[in-house]
Design a protein around this ligand. Structure first.
Ligand code: T46
Length: 136
């Protein structure tokens, strides 16, 4: 399925522990304009249920684990994030849902644009119409 990929971040470490740096143009393939993080997610909660029109993002679980459902309108795939050295790059029209958050999950997201509600598609049928229109 296109429109997402896993990025392996290089871990810089020494006897004190580990460090990962994310830099635009190096291991983040876009200008970084916003960072947000999701934590203390309650048991059984499913977040997301939307797609973005233009936004590019990298999701990194820096602690714990959670699973992304990624749907391009044709196929749905699941990817579990459980390592701070893996980044999930999502761009283009992808419906996403996130679930199975561990108690300690901290999900950091780096985005190429500021928050803009008009970039969200929060209705699944509208998402499918948009995908079909984009193909024609
Ligand atoms: C995404 C997934 C992975 C803001 O005011 N500023 C922000 O930068 C963000 C991200 C959200 N908000 C507000 C909007 C809502 O009132 O925070 C509230 C929760 O946001 P939302 O319900 O969209 O959260 P999620 O977890 O469903 O989705 C978030 C991102 O919004 C979205 O872009 O791809 O994480």
């Amino acid at each position: 399925m296109s429109n997402y990929e896993l990025i392996n971040f290089k871990t810089l470490g020494d006897e004190r522990g580990s460090l990962i740096a994310i830099e635009e143009g190096y291991n983040a393939p876009f200008d970084i304009k916003r960072v947000y993080y999701i934590f203390d997610t309650k048991e059984g909660v499913i977040r997301g249920y939307h797609a973005h029109i233009n936004l590019k993002q990298i999701a990194i679980v820096v602690k714990g684990s959670c699973t992304f459902i990624l749907d391009n309108g044709k196929q749905r795939e699941e990817i579990t994030l459980n390592s701070p050295n893996k980044g999930l790059l999502i761009e283009g029209l992808i419906w996403r849902e996130m679930y199975d958050f561990s108690d300690d999950c901290v999900l950091v997201v780096i985005a190429n644009e500021l928050y803009d509600e008009s970039d969200y598609i929060r209705d699944y049928q509208s998402f499918i119409s948009k995908v079909n229109n984009a193909k024609n």
